[in-house]
Design a protein around this ligand. Structure first.
Ligand code: NAI
Length: 385
């Protein structure tokens, strides 16, 4: 099978690696030869490291590299049965590129975009034949993160969704099918993880080190919200929040934080700039957490009920199946448990009470409980069993 990957940046080179590792012939196209050069060097380094660690043999490494053809000539994608686009996040540019791609490939070649924040329907609108167009959203680093969100748009035919889902399983990935709605699954469900941390910090309930400690120690998350925002980059994380907020017609549930905006404005982007919420150049100035378990539990409880509310509301609105909502968070962002499974463990009544208390205390729409949780509580239902 021939796969064309469009864009050889962070995501495109990783996706090309996955396809070639799974035996596909890959054409990796970029209009910038320098980017192809960097991608080529990066892939060689990754292969060397995998051989060193004895994950693959030298022969396999050569095979994988040999199956990736790098080019700045778009017509070489001819003959591909799947095209995955991972170029700059700009609607007009993506549409222009897909118009060209459609003229080069067969009518049943699947066209996929790796977009994180644009609607699949809006990109697909550039094409004549839209039933084979869908979103295929990998997570960074693509070869390591198992989750792939598959996003059919309103014009996508089911047969292509099934085909791509099977292909992702064959590639050893964990696919989750999501509706073409802002943030798809992960970037929607994860918003309260950052938002509630920021809000508690703004209210002065605790400092960032304490909030991070609570989410790790009490919640079992690998990183706290502030560490994670610094890791992702405050500019990137803020842009996702702002895009989801705008796309949801300013639903207060997704309201961005002025605290984070100020960090971005100040150039405190996180690890990549040496300083974000924390200072990575002079770590001695960073605050130490207050390891008070009662305070930590309050912090965790407030965040987890908001996360569960978001997951429950996504299920209520048929954004994805219950299983896919849970898979997305464990396989895409390493949550210790699926949020709906977590809801069952805590008890729907406890989660609902937590949300009602917040709603009562703040009187803000942001804390409104999902109708699904209310209904389930009334009927004594659980998500699983
Ligand atoms: P990147 O900036 O690392 O790479 C983009 C590549 O596209 C560059 O090599 C650039 O030369 C090339 N490019 C730009 N315009 C082009 C054109 N007209 N024709 C051909 N090539 C062109 O970007 P990255 O991070 O790899 O993101 C790519 C896409 O994947 C975006 O849509 C982004 O939203 C999405 N995405 C990014 C994730 C991330 O964590 N970086 C995660 C999931 C999705």
């Amino acid at each position: 099978m021939k796969v064309a990957v469009i864009g050889s940046g962070a995501m495109g080179s990783g996706i090309a690696q996955i396809a070639a590792t799974n035996g596909c012939e890959v054409t990796l196209y970029d209009n910038n030869p320098d980017s192809l050069e960097v991608a080529g060097q990066k892939l060689v380094k990754i292969m060397d490291r995998l051989v060193e660690k004895e994950k693959i043999t030298q022969e396999e490494a050569s095979g994988i590299l040999g199956r990736i053809e790098m080019t700045s000539s778009l017509p070489l994608i001819e003959g591909a049965s799947l095209v995955i686009e991972a170029i700059v996040e700009n609607l007009d540019i993506k549409k222009q590129v897909f118009t060209k791609i459609e003229n080069l490939v067969d009518s049943d070649c699947i066209l996929a975009t790796n977009t994180s924040s644009l609607s699949v329907a809006s990109i697909a609108s550039a094409c004549q034949n839209r039933d084979r167009f869908l979103g295929l959203h990998f997570f960074n680093p693509a070869p390591l993160m198992p989750l792939v969100e598959i996003i059919p748009s309103i014009t996508t035919s089911d047969k292509y969704v099934k085909k791509v889902k099977q292909l992702m399983l064959d590639w050893g990935k964990s696919p989750a099918v999501a509706r073409d709605t802002p943030g798809f699954i992960v970037n929607r469900l994860a918003r309260p993880f950052y938002a509630e941390g920021l809000r508690m910090y703004e209210e002065g309930i605790a400092d960032m080190a304490t909030i991070d400690w609570a989410m790790k120690e009490i919640g079992g998350f690998r990183m706290g919200p502030f560490e994670l925002m610094d890791f992702i980059g405050n500019d990137v994380n803020y842009a996702v929040t702002e895009s989801v907020f705008t796309e949801f017609y300013f639903d207060p549930r997704y309201k961005p934080s002025i605290t984070q905006k100020r960090l971005v404005e100040a150039g405190l982007l996180g690890r990549k700039s040496g300083h974000g919420y924390y200072n990575y150049e002079n770590t001695s100035s960073n605050p130490k957490p207050n390891e008070d378990r009662e305070l930590g539990t309050k912090i965790f409880n407030r965040t987890i009920v908001m996360l569960i509310n978001e997951a429950a509301d996504a299920l209520f609105l048929n954004i994805a199946s219950q299983e896919d909502l849970d898979t997305a968070m464990t396989r895409g962002v390493n949550y210790p448990k699926g949020l709906l499974k977590w809801a069952d463990e805590l008890g729907i009544d406890t989660v609902l009470k937590g949300l009602e208390d917040l709603f009562e205390e703040f009187g803000e729409d942001r804390y409104r409980p999902s109708p699904l949780l209310k209904r389930m509580n009334k009927n004594g239902e659980t998500f699983y069993s």
